[in-house]
Design a protein around this ligand. Sequence first.
Ligand SMILES: [Zn+2]
Length: 104
Amino acid sequence: MNDDDWIEIKKDERHVKIERKKAKELRKSNWWKKQVSNGICYYCNKKIPHKKITMDHILPIIRGGKSSKSNCVVCCKDCNNKKKYLTPAEIILKDLEKDQNKSS
Ligand SMILES: [Zn+2]
């Protein structure tokens, strides 16, 4: 057994390719259309204009995330840009850092 295998979150081109394709298919589904018609950003809870709606993977594909309904959310462009490749835990850490900077 290889010591590097303890965690699955690795850059895996094959995984990325497969999950991107799945995301494309998911965008055509009725489930996604329903999410879009709700139009509420998962992160900032704001109503998003129809054209600015993006699909976001809570755990990015590149970090091992899958294109499943539980990992794909409606997201506005602002939040999507802010988030990039961070995992939810990393975003929380970043926010904590920001708060600490404010108080000091
Ligand atoms: Zn947002």
